[in-house]
Structure formats: structure tokens, C-alpha cells
Design a binder for this molecule. Structure first.
Ligand SMILES: Nc1ncnc2c1ncn2[C@@H]1O[C@H](COP(=O)(O)OP(=O)(O)OP(=O)(O)O)[C@@H](O)[C@H]1O
Length: 301
């Protein structure tokens, strides 16, 4: 029998990020906080990969490294064939990158895009929706037309007639749709979603989750989805990494993780976190979407 092994699109080996903290006194030594400690994992192309953990467990630190927004203090990271492992010095400084590194980082911008937790905070309130969605294309000097921007808006369920408006004229759910359109604009191969629904009203969470699921499937994207809520990850992800104190304490197929959590920490997470399904009267995200999801402006909150 042939075993088809998919290729890793993200590969991290012993990836660490230690933060320096200021000296407590004039003669004291600066302290250190471990944001991420020797994380090793791979994400396969086209996979939906979840990262869960309580506040302070290192999820954002890991994401920043994946997105090239920060540099590790040690370890290796490769995203879509691009090595972005430039190390910070122990003094917290970043050495100038080699031309290869800078080229890789530039390449990463079009291959990996992020959707953040708070759509209001991540969208420039002074920019019109059209310019927000086109921004990555302008930054990467990619040619585009009005029709491209309008199609992106339609793809996320926003009527293109709203393209001249500003973010505050939309509801929270719609603003998150606009950030998703912006993330999709450069046609990335990887979408990283950092708690994309936790700032949204419970009634629209399922709609946005289903939108992400559909877009990821239709565009054959790799999804890295971060949440402190295991129930959300359960609906979306094939595998999940559980983080605690900067370490990956468990990494397994989502089903196995729920059926047979290996660590006490994971068991506690599974048992303790209120589930999306429970908070929505037992309906699954898919059920909720099929009931009614044709958002109108300010229709979803
Ligand atoms: N810039 C920084 N300087 C110092 N310590 C930091 C910095 N950023 C993060 N940390 C520390 O690193 C650890 C991991 O933080 P991180 O933000 O990655 O966790 P998280 O799981 O994303 O938490 P949350 O869900 O609250 O965002 C925490 O102890 C945090 O205090």
C-alpha cells in the first residue's frame, strides 16, 4: 500500500523566544521571561492546525515568529520553503539580516497573512474599506483592479457598495469579514487566525467561523488557528497543539485529544472551558450558519 506523506509548509525546530525584562534596581541583573521554549512542530500543506492554551502560554509569541513580526532567540523556522530564522542577540538586539533573509521575509508577506482578534483595532479607522482591502496589494506592488477588490468583498459576504465606507460604519462581524478580505487579497497559501471570533458577539461567531472554513477549503489554504477555546478548534482543526508556559505540552489529532487527553493540563482545558456549542444551545457552527447567514450591513454584531 502506498502511504502518501504530505509536505510540511511550516516547520519549527527548537524554536525559542526569551524576553528581557528591565533590572529591578540599578545594580540588579536584567531578568528574562520565557515566551516560547523549544517548540518543535510541523504543519502540512492544506492542513487546519489549531493552537490552544491559556493566557500567557505563548500563543501570540509563536504567531509573531511565524509571521516574521519578531525574531526567535534560538531555533529554526521555515515557512513555505523560506527560512526566516534570524536570531536576536541575548541583549535583545536584532542583527541586520542578510539579503537572503530580507528576500525571504518579503516573500513571506504574500504567502502568509494574518487575521487578528480585534477587527476594530486592526483596521485603520481613517481608511475606506476599499483601501483597507487593497492595502497589501499596494504594499507588495501587485497590480489589481476595482473588480478584484469588489470580488474579495463579495467573497466574504460584504456588498461592494460599502467599499467607500469606513470601518466604524460596519458591525463587528462585518469588520472581521473585511479583515479576512484584506488577508486574502495577496492570495496567501497560509492564513493565520489569532482568536478571530473571541471579540465578536456570540451570535455571529459561528458565521465568521464558517466563512473561514469555507474560504480555507475553497482556496486550499493552510490554516493556523489560535484560540483559548478548545471547542472552536474542535470544529475547525485536524490537529491541535496545546501550549503551556511557552511549551507545546501536547500535539495530536483533535479527535484523539478530546477522546484521550494525555496531560492534566489538557484534561483541565477540555473540562473547564465553556464551549461555543453549549453557549449556542448545542448547535454546531455549521447548523447555525445554514439557518441564516446572509449578513446585511449592521445586521450582524
Ligand atoms: N514583549 C514582551 N516582553 C516581555 N514579556 C513578554 C512580551 N510578550 C510576551 N511576554 C511574556 O511571554 C509569555 C507568553 O506571552 P504570549 O503573549 O505569547 O501568551 P498568549 O498565550 O498569547 O497569551 P494571551 O492569550 O493572553 O494573548 C507571557 O509570560 C508574557 O508575559
Amino acid at each position: 500500500m502506498w502511504v502518501v506523506r504530505m509536505s510540511a509548509i511550516i516547520s519549527a525546530t527548537d524554536l525559542s523566544r526569551h524576553y528581557r525584562t528591565p533590572r529591578a534596581s540599578m545594580f540588579g541583573q536584567p531578568g528574562q521571561v520565557i515566551g516560547l521554549d523549544k517548540a518543535t512542530f510541523e504543519v502540512e500543506a492544506g492542513e487546519r492546525f489549531g493552537i490552544v492554551g491559556e493566557s500567557g502560554s505563548g500563543k501570540s509569541t509563536l504567531l509573531r515568529l511565524l509571521a516574521g513580526l519578531d525574531e526567535p532567540t534560538s531555533g529554526h523556522i521555515e515557512v513555505d520553503g523560506l527560512d526566516i530564522s534570524r536570531h536576536r542577540t541575548p541583549w535583545g538586539r536584532t542583527p541586520p539580516g542578510s539579503p537572503d533573509y530580507r528576500r525571504n521575509l518579503h516573500g513571506l508577506r504574500s504567502r502568509l497573512q494574518m487575521v487578528f482578534q480585534d477587527p476594530m483595532g486592526s483596521l485603520d479607522p481613517q481608511m475606506r474599506v476599499y483601501d483597507i482591502v487593497a492595502e497589501p496589494l499596494v504594499a507588495q506592488r501587485k497590480p489589481f483592479t476595482d473588480a478584484d477588490v469588489h470580488r474579495l468583498l463579495r467573497d466574504v459576504g460584504i456588498d461592494p457598495s460599502g467599499a467607500r465606507r469606513y470601518p466604524h460604519q460596519f458591525s463587528g462581524g462585518q469588520r472581521q469579514r473585511i479583515s479576512i478580505a484584506r488577508a486574502l487579497a495577496p492570495e496567501p497559501s497560509i492564513l493565520v487566525a489569532d482568536e478571530p471570533v473571541s471579540a465578536l458577539d456570540v451570535s455571529v461567531r459561528a458565521q465568521v467561523l464558517n466563512l473561514i472554513t469555507d474560504l480555507v477549503r475553497d482556496r486550499e489554504l493552510t490554516l493556523v488557528f489560535v484560540s483559548h477555546d478548545l471547542s472552536v478548534v474542535r470544529h475547525l482543526c485536524r490537529r491541535v497543539a496545546v501550549m503551556k508556559d511557552g511549551q507545546i505540552v501536547e500535539l495530536s489529532e483533535t479527535k484523539a485529544l478530546y477522546a484521550n487527553p494525555q496531560s492534566d493540563y489538557t484534561r483541565r482545558l477540555v473540562a473547564a472551558i465553556p464551549t461555543l456549542a453549549k453557549s449556542m444551545s448545542g448547535a454546531t457552527t455549521r447548523d447555525l450558519l445554514t439557518e441564516s447567514d446572509q449578513p446585511n450591513e449592521r445586521g450582524d454584531r
